[in-house]
Design a protein. Sequence first.
Length: 341
Amino acid sequence: MATKRFMTLPRHILEGEKLHPGATGELSAILNQLGLAAKVISLEVNKAGLVDILGFTGETNYSGDQVKKLDIFAHEMLVKAMDHGGHFCVMASEEEEDIIHLPPHHKIGKYVLLFDPLDGSSNIDANVSIGTIFSIYRRVSEGNGPGTLEDCLQPGYKQVAAGYVVYGSSTVLVYTAGHGVFGFTLDPSFGEFLLSHDNIKIPKRGRIYSINEGNYNSWDRGLKNYIKYLQANKFEGKPYQARYIGSMVADIHRTLLYGGIFMYPGDARNPKGKLRLMYECNPMAFIVESAGGRATDGKKRILEIQPTALHQRTPIFIGSEEDVLLVEKFMREAELSNIEK
Ligand code: AHG
Ligand code: MN
Ligand code: MN
């Protein structure tokens, strides 16, 4: 067994496979390829501030290449990195309206990949953390031909693996295959992801709440009551803290490590909220549940929502189990008192 210090992502995946004798190694190959794509995106993200020097987006840069918007770059990088391994039958990305078929000459596999190539992209220009989110399913359509929309529209509990990469003060990749959640930090000196967060468990309750409070006036009464409750109360003798980065990946990463709750509710203007079920909420719910937390739309488990459209949105309340249960209670009570009136 390698020491923790030198447990690289590929080695960790291999060791994990030894514990599952039936494993074919395919999932390992997929995660390794995703890790490679993440390294390339991370390099490009680190250069984002140099765009003005090396060329504006849409222009030709110093080496003669067209400079692409970073989210389009990340999308194309993931498609290119993942479409030739022979593992997938279909893919879907937040940046593309329809499902993505593999090029005709490529081998078709039994897995399905969904991803948000660059999450929090409005934060790029301010050097704030952004990320990539991915979600993997097994195909459900018959035969060995190209995958279909049906393969992509599976409820989240059917995911076989999910993960995210945060491009922050360092680049961290977190993944789960349903048995434990593991985090790897990219060592820039030799370009390897090293195990830095072994078997992450989210605290049962936390002190941090994370929500865009600018939308307060559009919220339901139950949610307003919950936030007022947090502001007026303490946890373990200390006041609650508000933290909102505005990049879901970074907000969830902090929630996973420190505990607490992240919320993107539906409101009077957007009843379904903002975040996408297939690219953002399902993978994050799978990770947070695998770490012992909870993720619902306020009433129902995110992972049990039957999707009907590739880009559908859902409200989300996710994080420490007791915090999510508490906001659900506030919302339920407000709804009941509305009915009684
Ligand atoms: P994306 O950049 O992939 O479109 O996602 C942005 C999302 C998410 O990262 C974040 O939690 C949320 O937008 C923030 O939205 P508000 O600015 O409405 O708070
Ligand atoms: Mn996003
Ligand atoms: Mn995005």
